[in-house]
Design a protein around this ligand. Structure first.
Ligand code: NDP
Length: 570
């Protein structure tokens, strides 16, 4: 039987109430978090995987292309640069190896929710077929290392090094970079490849620094403490704050290994089925060269995850804009109610099941896929502490305090996420006329395609705002990498020393971004989270380009086809 509109309106009302409740609890928006890990929080800035820092002399040389960050952005762009004959490529990376997100995130259960054959870049070039439908973190990290080896990126790479300033030298037409290891490097082209979600953040919880037990952020998992197989946790009481995509993957292993596990929840994630399987060797054998490129091309032609949701509910011919929105919203609600039913089926205790139900539209928060997360709550040692939108606001020497109850913990794990799409984390970027990029952006982000920003010649941004966004992030990164490699190749071919966006092309793009944002009230309607700046609603041009991936790619090609109109060269 078809649900009535009154049924959907009632659920929408509940969505709005749940959102308002959460907004009330966090009036300070994105400022509720801190990523300033100094002083008492310095222990959250350690690298548990590369504890030995190899001594070396400071570097004072000049390279042609320098990547800040050694994750997928750097690796896949470097591959394209090598294909175009660029020899002098340096990666400067904070971790002790390449891999970026996959270097840092080694928490138990770490894997990627995007199908591996789409997510892992350069599969054609590397002649590699992933082992499973969804790749695990270890395999992805190993793939990153293989790319670095194949394209000889280790030769000039510098690890355990953080770029602290990147300053344009007008006379030399070179970027001057300093680091925390006393280096003074110069580069013709600089690519900000620092990742979209790379700087861990903690909620500013009162008493955070007073906790006397062990604590760490999920991206700095201390296996020395937990044991490689988590066996050291068998007699430990453990708490985890946060229930986003990271916690959803870590909780099942923690539940199976700890004496007691407390999961502190502010907003539940939506958890759908994860259909995983080992790669069929016969299928893999039959793949023809170029299979991944073809697969990605096909995927682009098909509807995106959001579009698939949007077309559910079947349009009945002519419909007005309002009817279309209502149909899409109702289909979205149907999907979310299916997620609710799945919880009721998987979680035995009705109170816990109820608390795990997400009350917001699909894609308001990053959707999750897991088969073991929900059943983990059936274990007698696993306890959901639902803070009903408030979150943990106080931590004492013993552990979190909520509703007057003290949770005494041996280990407290923060699964509280990362700074989002910041360009120049850890690093001050100063362009022409001594203008700090943060000052330029103070009234809103200003770029061309999310990649170039006027006044910062030869600087390219990857994974930043004003670019298109896709669930399969590496696809967008590859498109940006291809674009950047072509821009650099164009400048080299024509003997140009610099390439910079024109004022007109930058202004065109900013307006294009604004025109494609705020067409619906979707962002405001959503429960707060990092997708909508935690409910801050005045940031019109700071988000991603919402005109669609295909149009973004078309814009990119058009910009490249009209280089002299869009860029100033010297
Ligand atoms: P998120 O930012 O998604 O989640 C942070 C969590 O911390 C939220 O549940 C948030 O609640 C909660 N939180 C914050 N403050 C408090 C508090 N005071 N008390 C209680 N809870 C609190 O971070 P993740 O690391 O989980 O994920 C980040 C992103 O990384 C994902 O969205 C995804 O893009 C990517 N990722 C991808 C994976 C994959 O492919 N499978 C796996 C892991 C991560 P609230 O929702 O209320 O804000």
């Amino acid at each position: 039987m078809k649900n009535t509109q009154a049924y959907y309106d009632e659920i929408k009302k509940k969505f709005a109430e749940e959102r308002d409740l959460r907004l009330k609890y966090r009036p300070n928006g994105t400022a509720q978090f801190t990523s300033d890990f100094t002083g008492a929080l310095a222990k959250y800035a350690v690298d548990p995987y590369g504890t030995e820092i190899s001594p070396r002399e400071p570097i004072n040389d000049t390279v042609e292309c320098l990547f800040i960050g050694g994750g997928f952005s750097a690796l896949l762009t470097s591959a394209r640069l090598r294909e175009r004959g660029v020899e002098s490529i340096r990666i400067v990376e904070r971790g002790a190896d390449v891999g970026g997100t996959w270097y840092w995130n080694r928490y138990p259960g770490v894997a990627c929710d995007v199908v591996s054959y789409d997510y892992l870049p350069l599969l054609d070039e590397m002649d590699y077929v992933p082992k499973d439908h969804y790749a695990k973190g270890q395999e992805i990290l190993a793939h990153c290392q293989s790319i670095a080896r194949k394209y000889q990126l280790y030769e000039l790479a510098v690890f355990q090094t953080t770029v602290t300033s990147t300053v344009w030298n007008e006379e030399e037409e070179l970027w001057h970079l300093t680091t925390d290891r006393g280096d003074h490097m110069k580069a013709r082209f600089v690519i900000c490849a620092n990742g979209t979600l790379s700087k861990p953040k903690l909620a500013r919880i009162e008493g955070l620094d007073t906790f006397e037990g062990k604590s760490f952020h999920t991206s700095q998992w201390d296996y020395e403490y937990t044991g490689d197989d988590l066996s050291n946790l068998a007699d430990k009481v453990v708490g985890i704050i946060g229930t986003g995509a990271t916690a959803v993957q870590a909780v099942p292993d923690l539940g199976a290994s700890t004496k007691e596990l407390y999961v502190f929840q502010r907003t539940p994630s939506s958890i759908d089925i994860r259909e995983d399987w080992p790669t069929d060797p016969n299928w893999a054998r039959r793949l023809k060269p170029g299979w991944q490129a073809k697969r990605r091309e096909l995927a682009l032609k098909g509807p995106s995850l959001t579009e698939r949701m949007a077309t559910r509910g079947g349009s009945s011919g002519e419909e007005s804009r309002e009817e279309k929105i209502r149909r899409q919203e109702n289909a979205n609600i149907d999907y979310m109610m299916r997620i609710h039913r799945r919880i009721e089926k998987e979680v035995k205790d009705p109170e816990t099941a109820d608390a795990l139900k997400p009350w917001y539209m699909f894609m308001c928060k990053r959707p999750c896929f897991h088969n073991d997360y929900l059943p983990t709550y059936n274990r007698p040692n696993v306890h959901l502490v639902d803070t009903r939108g408030k979150g943990i606001t106080e931590i004492t020497a013993k552990g979190p305090l909520f509703d007057g109850k003290q949770y005494e913990l041996d280990l407290l794990i923060y699964a509280t996420g990362f700074e989002v799409q910041k360009t120049g984390i850890y690093n001050q970027i100063v362009g022409k006329g001594g203008l700090d990029l943060n000052d330029k952006y103070s009234e809103g982000v200003r770029t061309l395609l999310g990649v170039h920003s006027r006044g910062y010649p030869n600087l390219f941004i990857m994974g930043g705002y004003q670019a298109s966004f896709q669930f399969n992030l590496t696809y967008i990164l590859q498109m940006q990498g291809d674009h950047i490699a072509e821009c650099i190749a164009h400048a080299r071919k024509h003997g140009h020393k610099t390439i910079d966006a024109t004022p007109e092309s930058e202004e065109w793009w900013v307006q294009e971004v604004i025109a494609n944002r705020g067409k619906t009230t979707r962002n405001e309607d959503c429960t707060p989270g990092y997708y909508n700046f935690e409910g801050e609603n005045q940031r019109r041009q700071d988000g991603n380009y919402n005109g669609g991936v295909t149009r973004y790619l078309d814009h990119m090609s058009n910009v490249r086809a009209n280089m002299t109109e869009n860029f100033v060269f010297t």
